[in-house]
Design a binder for this molecule. Structure first.
Ligand code: NHV
Length: 862
């Protein structure tokens, strides 16, 4: 279907006569230099400085690394060697040719989609732009400045540090921006990705440069500046849409035109609405209502198809198309339900009128060198999101408003997006100039993202109110400053931004910030809204405790681990493989990180023999512990309606809370999230000596022909008992389908030697969910010593590994020294006598080369 409508658009585009418009990329041919090198007093001398070729989109630091001027910042302690760049100013220049034909167009507009951050742009001797917000794209009309032949563009980027130092001096304090890794906290004055300044998982690289494409548009008469398909109301019977079309005219005379909005769907003739309009010079905003009966709805993943419509707006004058624009969107309704109820105040999402349990994670930019996020990157991150059965991601406020490709992947795969505005963990200024920049930024990004059906929710910021209330700033700053921050908070996040969301989106819900009111230190507030439950980890609560303090919606909770050894080897030599070594400390940004991992490991595991075992046990602990929390949340619906863990990814190779490391290696947690987020998952809870078996279903239909098998397995001798029973999985809910007294299964003094192995099979006998239940964590289990037999079938691109063990091998980790290889499964329990086959894929695997495959299990670590 998409092809048909794309063809329709192609046809319309072809009808746009060649002389009507011309769009030319200006990404090629840039050079850059440090200011002192670049500027010469004699203009004819400018080429004498040290100019380097620049990649656009890119950044100064990324280019300096590419040219070998800066070392690989991820290796060893190199981070400190790249810091000097942020204190310098940088110049970019390029020339481009304009033809006489191009100069004949009515207008020429240069579009800078993103300049990071303090920039002045010159064209042929005129200053055409000053900008200071990396999140705002700028269009500049330049027809009068252009000449036939060579034209010169020059951009000066000012150090965001030196540029904003006077703001700090006049404020008289440093903001409490704890994640900004420099003494002078200048991140707050810069409308620039906060994570560039460092984070508690983040390397600091405060970049400068042209971080988004640059282009020039030549056109006659009019251009369609923006096209919003506003979904006024959508249900299965009809979709009421309002097509808001922004047309910019350069004609001195009014243009009488026919404006139309059209779409077509498979099996039906194209539909359209049109209107006679008069376009005046400048901006014209015209709205066309369009009703679609029996729309094919866009559904989240696991709920149905992600149908997308292409809508095309055209401006016709005397049957000639003079401008056209197509928007791809899905028709659906999304509402955030926050209402008082018997427990407190609910927090959940309703899609097409159906309550959704949100399964997912918090997402950070996956590259510190932001522009390395290309289309392959977005595809890959969404493969990981989809691969773990998520249906929602939160684009967290310390990163960036993501690129188009991010939301397009989300649209196509049915993943809902919770979008923070980019503010986090510290108060910000709220003076008029600052707020006017924020206003521009909000309008620009709301307009840029509002056509995406995946975009579900706007959130003002991450944890600023939490910080103001609970992080002790009132003891460090005078009352006048605190008061100003509180009132600045209200002005920015309760007045300004929501008003802009209402005006420019008008369909989606907004919250001032996350969390709403609940605080992890005050479980009495867990009955209201969303919670960032850091009781696990910072609060040092055991994993088991999470089931007893369910929130209405967990928008953050997490646990750290080291990345696996093959990732550590990329940045640390063997003599650095110690927790407190200089290199490992550079790659552990959370001050209490190592001690907390150790503390939890002491609670649950025998002390690992060496560093490599520590890394492995830590991965397993994170995976199993987080799965326990997430399962409890899913079992806890409808009281609890979401589990978005902190955090899915990394922006460089580092110790962090992520479930996938920087080189795309799934940590144990990612496999366990895949299992516990499965559309139908089996859950087990122990309550008063009784095991409760749950079916956890996201499907919209009841599944009535499932079979539950419960086995008691002795760690050494294998299966001792088996019970099977027919069960159902009721649609979109969590239900207890069977209970069994523990005493029926295992004697008290046998709990350290036996486990419960339970699984669900469908009518055809296919396994759809498996769950191993242990009565204790490994330091209280009598895990047997055992050897795993491994057989590998080697083929190019794919190894098939068959494993078996005479006795239980717990949390088996299959390792190969190739970054980013994919495993059909990993970190699993191998039952006594079980034969299990897994498939490893990577283009780097060769049949002839025989890359070594090694295995490890918990009993071997002590
Ligand atoms: O520390 C992990 C993550 C952060 O990376 C990120 O900013 O929003 N984390 C922890 C918290 N929030 C977030 C909770 N913050 C605190 C916990 C304990 C004391 C003070 C603050 C994310």
């Amino acid at each position: 279907m998409r092809q048909i409508t794309s063809l329709l658009f192609l046809l319309i585009s072809c009808m746009l006569t060649a002389q009507q418009s011309e769009l030319i990329s200006l990404n090629e041919g840039w050079q850059f230099a440090q200011v002192n090198d670049a500027i010469q007093s004699d203009p004819s001398d400018t080429l004498a400085g040290q100019w380097y070729e620049a990649e656009v989109p890119g950044s100064v630091q990324r280019d300096l690394i590419r040219h070998g001027v800066l070392p690989d910042p991820y290796y060893g302690t190199n981070e400190k060697l790249v810091q000097w760049v942020e204190d310098e100013d940088w110049d970019f220049k390029k020339s481009f040719t304009v033809t006489a034909g191009q100069l004949k167009y009515d207008d020429a507009v240069i579009f800078f989609e993103g300049l990071d951050t303090h920039a002045e742009v010159f064209l042929n001797g005129a200053r055409i732009l000053q900008s200071d917000n990396m999140f705002v794209g700028c269009k500049v009309p330049v027809k009068n400045m252009l000449v036939v032949g060579e034209n010169r563009l020059y951009i000066r980027f000012y150090s965001p540090i030196r540029r904003m130092m006077p703001a700090r001096a006049t404020f008289g304090y440093d903001y409490p921006a704890g994640n900004d890794h420099r003494k002078e906290k200048l991140s707050v004055y810069n409308r620039k990705a906060p994570y560039h300044f460092g984070w508690d998982w983040g390397i600091r690289i405060v970049q400068m440069g042209i971080w988004k494409p640059v282009s020039i548009l030549f056109y006659n008469d009019v251009r369609i500046e923006d096209y919003y398909v506003k979904q006024v109301s959508v249900n299965a019977q009809r979709a009421q849409t309002e097509h808001q079309i922004e047309i910019y005219s350069v004609s001195e005379h009014p243009i009488h035109a026919t404006l139309s909005a059209a779409y077509s769907t498979e099996g039906s003739k194209p539909e359209k609405i049109q209107k006679e309009v008069t376009l005046l010079k400048g901006k014209n905003i015209i709205s066309l209502p369009l009703e679609i009966t029996a729309p094919r709805l866009w559904m989240p993943v696991h709920w149905g198809e992600q149908h997308l419509y292409d809508f095309t707006a055209t401006v016709l004058v005397e049957d000639k198309v003079i401008a056209a624009k197509t928007v791809t969107t899905g028709l659906r309704s999304v509402r955030h339900i926050a209402k008082e109820d018997a427990y407190g105040s609910s927090f959940y999402f309703e899609v097409n009128g159906i309550p959704l349990f949100a399964k997912g994670s918090n997402y950070i930019p996956g590259e510190i060198l932001t522009t390395q996020q290309d289309s392959a990157y977005y595809k890959k991150i969404f493969d990981h999101i989809e691969g773990a059965n998520m249906n929602m991601v939160r684009v967290w406020g310390g990163g960036i408003y993501e690129n188009e490709a991010f939301y397009r992947e989300a649209d196509e795969r049915g993943i809902l997006v919770w979008q923070d505005f980019i503010f986090g963990c510290t108060p910000y200024p709220s003076d008029d100039a600052f707020l006017s920049s924020v206003t521009e930024e909000a309008i620009y990004n709301i307009k840029r993202l509002r056509n995406h059906p995946s975009l579900a929710y706007w959130c003002g910021n991450n944890e600023i109110l939490e910080g103001l209330n609970y992080w002790g700033w009132d003891k460090q700053y005078p009352k006048t400053v605190m008061d100003a921050w509180f009132s600045g908070y209200d002005k920015t996040f309760r007045e300004l931004i929501p008003a802009l969301v209402k005006e420019y989106d008008g369909t989606r819900d907004y919250t001032h910030g996350s969390p709403d009111v609940a605080n992890w230190g005050r479980p009495d507030l867990f009955n209201r809204g969303d919670v960032h439950d850091w009781g696990l980890w910072y609060g040092e609560l055991p994993f088991e405790a999470m089931a007893g303090r369910l929130p209405r919606f967990a928008s953050e909770f997490g646990f750290q681990s080291f990345p696996e050894m093959k990732t550590i080897r990329t940045f640390a030599a063997p003599d650095q493989w110690r927790l407190e070594s200089e290199v490992m400390q550079v790659h552990q940004k959370a001050s209490t990180g190592n001690s907390l991992i150790r503390k939890y490991m002491d609670m649950y595991y025998h002390t690992p023999k060496n560093f490599e075992d520590f890394v492995y046990v830590g991965l397993v602990m994170q995976g199993n512990g987080m799965a326990e929390s997430v399962e409890a949340m899913r079992r806890g619906r409808p009281y609890c309606m979401g589990a978005l863990y902190w955090q899915i990814n990394d922006s460089w190779p580092v110790v962090s809370w992520s479930s996938i490391d920087y080189y795309d290696n799934w940590k144990a947690q990612h496999y366990r999230m895949r299992d516990v987020f499965a559309p139908i998952a089996l859950g087990i809870a122990l309550k008063e000596d009784t095991l409760h078996f749950y079916t956890l279903s996201d499907y919209l239909q009841d599944i009535n022909d499932l079979r539950l098998t419960v086995q008691v397995i002795d760690f050494s001798t294998g299966k001792q008992k088996e019970i099977t029973e027919k069960v159902n999985a009721m649609a979109n809910s969590s239900n207890i389908v069977k209970t069994m007294a523990v005493s029926e299964l295992v004697r008290e003094n046998d709990k350290a030697n036996k486990m419960i192995h339970a699984f669900l099979t469908d009518a055809k006998g296919n396994r759809i969910s498996t769950k191993n239940y242990f009565f204790y964590w490994p330091n209280k289990l009598n895990l047997p010593e055992t050897n795993i037999a491994t057989k590998v079938k080697y083929a190019d691109g794919q190894y098939t590994v068959t494993l078996s063990s005479p006795k239980l091998a717990k949390d088996v980790f299959v390792e190969i020294p190739i970054l980013g290889a994919r495993f059909s499964d990993n970190f699993f329990d191998l039952l006594p006598g079980e034969k299990r086959t897994i498939v490893i894929t990577s283009p780097q695997l060769k049949a002839a080369g025989k890359t070594p495959v090694t295995v490890k299990h918990i009993r071997e670590t002590y």
